[in-house]
Design a protein around this ligand. Sequence first.
Ligand code: FES
Length: 95
Amino acid sequence: MPTLHFRGLDAGDRSVDAPLGETVYEVCLTHDIEMVAACGGFAACNTCRVRVVTGKLSEMEEEVEPPFLDRDDQRLGCQACIVGDATLLLDPGDV
Ligand code: FES
């Protein structure tokens, strides 16, 4: 099973098991990682944003995520799915 490494959490860095195909948001819910999801995971805000430090996530749906992103290394945690090991930094937008 892939591993997601989270950096920059209030409680310090953390590594968790991340099943293939789950979203980053689902992994955070399972492991009580403090991701804000103001719209409930419907790609209508940017509070679940992460930066991909290493590794990769699923391919982006170009018509869904870009309006909520400011940088090339950002993804929406509620849309990006696990495809392998990755290191992420929580990078919420407007909360
Ligand atoms: S929770 Fe709102 S876009 Fe992901």
